[in-house]
Design a protein. Structure first.
Lengths: 321, 252
């Protein structure tokens, strides 16, 4: 299926748009012919709008889709490209196999919304290969909306290559509803002067299980990368964060920054940094803070009149924003 | 003037060591009262104990606010009575904007000025700062000004300002003092904690704290003179040679 304006105002489309709207997204963008978008329910493409300079080829699979997105060299896409994925029934599988090619000097931002509002046994699998050309910029924000049942398995895996002086900025957010099971695995390979920032924000509740592995391979000279993870856990939720940085390129810089907040006594968190310096001129650093919210932060808000529980909410909201 | 804050025989220990060793202090409503003392004398501990912070619970003594014994009250309860604290080194907040922080302060106050006005008063242009987050990207001086703005936004009855002059460039000190005077004119009693005598001179009255005791309370000039002469000659480190100043000095 080639990129062209195809509209399907099915109930699924409306339902996904409604969830998107409810979670702070802009559903009108999905119907705006001037904004590139792709809407997929399970393995059905409900809407696809490509624009000059950006091609989106989508083929259905038995349990999902295969998508190839390409932005031509030098093209700057002014508005964010909206991607909307979801499974509305209680059970189902959605596999997204995707490749992204961002041409030299191009610039594009993607806003991906993943909605599983009724999931009791749903798998969302993403396998992505991304290539960011020389001097190109790609920003990818993925926001999840899950229902209250904890029945979603989210398995995103991405290999990203950022060429010379390219930029890749990614934010993954799963803070609404129950996580269920999350196993996120991203590796970014950075060429000379390339820059990346990987941010993940997750709120685990109930019996949620969270595993995040984000790795920077700083291969070129002066490559720079930041991995930043913010995880809040309550009830019996558990999380393990692994941040890796490999300093191969001379003068490359990598930083791993993980904060995990535990609310209550039964949640469990761990952070594992792995820093490997291959070139002595590379510099890698990490910081991790795990535990309850710093008392001084809470008491600062309490000294302004907030009760302690409300102060905790304010801090958590800020951290996951 | 009526008494707003009264502290009687306050003892606070930290890790088994007495930091405050029987503090007696009375602060009148409407005054700027400086607590003057060298580093490590217990000034911040006194501020935290008045605010009721965890880890600073008195082992002896009482704290009264507007006649009410608040010794057992929580931080929030004290804040809602009209007490607040500006930290010497304010906390960072990820994701919380300056506007949101000031609005939180405003919610629990009475007749509070608009957040824009509070920021402008501390010399931070609202258009540039309201949308910024209270994270490490604000300089120490900027963060301290936001802290003062939060106190202004709350319009409290008692503001405890813990070294508002530290981390502020010398040229801005007079501006900060102007803010404190303005806060005071609006009806806030100020407990001004400082180790700079030139800053303390702007207060109406002062007390000299040394070794966890108030050694002298009185007019600013008198206390500043005492502080400068006594501390310069004194050979102890936070162990006041009380015989030099008279046994009852600490109770004045």
């Amino acid at each position: 299926m080639k990129g062209s304006v195809e509209r399907d105002y099915s109930r699924e489309f409306a339902a996904l748009a409604e969830v998107l709207e409810r979670t702070g997204g802009d559903a009108a963008a999905l119907r705006n012919p001037r904004i590139a978008s792709l809407v997929v329910h399970q393995n059905r493409v409900l809407g696809l709008n490509a624009l000059p300079g950006i091609a989106m080829d989508v083929d259905p699979l038995p349990d999902g889709i295969r998508a190839h997105v390409e932005v031509r060299s030098g093209v700057v896409i002014p508005d964010p490209v909206h991607l909307c994925f979801g499974v509305l029934p209680k059970e189902g599988v959605q596999r997204i196999l995707s490749t992204f090619r961002i041409g030299e000097g191009a610039s594009v931002q993607f806003l991906a919304h993943c909605s599983f509002p009724n999931a009791e046994k749903v798998q969302h699998i993403m396998e992505a290969e991304l290539e960011i050309g020389e001097g190109a910029t790609m920003a990818y924000t993925e926001v999840h909306y899950h229902g209250p049942y904890g029945g979603t398995e989210v398995l995103p895996k991405a290999r990203i290559r950022v060429h010379r002086n390219g930029r890749y900025l990614s934010e993954f957010k799963l803070i609404q509803g129950r996580v269920g099971l999350l196993s996120l695995d991203y590796t970014v390979h950075l060429g000379e002067g390339a820059v990346t920032e990987l941010v993940s924000k997750v709120y685990g509740k109930g019996e949620d299980r969270i595993a995040i592995r984000e790795a920077l391979h700083l291969e070129g000279p002066y490559a720079r990368g930041l991995v930043k993870s913010r995880i809040v856990l309550q009830d019996r939720a558990q999380a393990e964060f692994t941040g890796e940085a490999l300093g191969i390129g001379p003068y490359s810089r990598g930083h791993i920054d993980c904060t995990e907040i535990l609310r209550g006594t039964e949640a469990r968190a761990s952070a594992v940094p792995k820093l490997i310096v291959v070139d002595e001129r590379a510099k890698l650093t990490h910081e991790a803070a795990i535990g309850s919210i710093d008392r001084k932060i809470l008491e600062t808000l309490m000294a302004r009149g907030l009760p302690e529980e409300e102060a905790v909410e304010v801090v958590v909201r800020g951290l996951l924003r | 003037m009526a008494e707003l804050l009264r502290i009687e025989d306050l003892v606070v220990e930290r890790e088994g060591r007495a930091i405050l060793r029987g503090v007696d202090l009375a602060v009148a409503e409407g005054e700027i009262h400086a607590i003057l003392g060298a580093n490590g004398t217990g000034k911040s501990t006194l501020a935290y104990a008045i605010m009721g912070l965890s880890g600073y619970k008195p082992t002896r003594g009482r704290i009264f606010f507007a006649g009410e014994d608040i010794t057992e009250k929580s931080v929030t309860e004290r804040a809602r009575l009209g007490i607040t604290l500006a930290w010497q080194q304010p906390a960072s907040f990820e994701g919380l904007t300056v506007r949101e922080y000031l609005e939180i302060a405003r919610r629990s106050g009475r007749d509070c000025p608009a957040v824009e006005e509070c920021l402008a008063l501390v010399g931070l242009p609202p258009t540039s700062y309201l949308g910024r987050t209270l994270n490490d990207r604000l300089s120490g001086g900027e963060r301290k000004r936001v802290e003062l703005a939060a106190v202004l936004a709350m319009s409290p009855r008692l503001a405890i300002l813990d070294e508002p002059d530290s981390g502020i460039d010398v040229l801005s000190l007079e501006d900060i003092m102007d803010v404190i005077r303005r806060m005071n004119r609006r009806g806030t009693t100020v407990l001004l904690i400082t180790h700079r005598d030139e800053f303390a001179r702007a207060a109406h009255r002062a007390s000299h704290l040394c070794g966890g005791r108030i050694l002298k309370t009185g007019e600013c000039e008198e206390v500043v003179r005492f502080y400068k002469s006594f501390c310069k000659e004194c050979t102890h480190i936070n162990e006041p040679e009380l015989e030099k100043v008279g046994k009852d000095e600490g109770k004045r």
